[in-house]
Design a protein. Structure first.
Length: 94
């Protein structure tokens, strides 16, 4: 079942949506041995690194048979990413 979160970008660097990562991970769960392999889904997690913990959570939820959720709003997610960039000294135009 699609939700509003499905269309939200989880990997803002490469414009990969939450729903796309969930579908990719679900379809490839047997083959995925490490979260870094989710990067094969349009490069998710290979940019600034902000989304990697979220990718990890999706992977863990699916392994546990739990439907992944995007609990924060898109605005909150983007603001936290900006704060992360500032803390890490990452300069990004987005």
């Amino acid at each position: 079942m699609a939700s509003d979160a499905d269309d939200r970008e989880i990997c803002i660097c490469y414009h990969v949506t939450f729903g796309k990562v969930v579908r990719y991970t679900r379809q490839n769960l047997i083959r995925i041995k490490r979260v870094s392999q989710i990067s094969q889904c349009y490069g998710a997690g290979t940019g600034c690194g902000w989304c990697v913990p979220f990718l990890q959570k999706i992977y863990e939820d699916l392994l546990a048979g739990v439907e992944p959720e995007m609990k924060m709003s898109g605005d909150e997610y983007r603001q936290r990413r900006k704060d992360y960039h500032k803390k890490m000294g990452i300069e990004r135009p987005d």
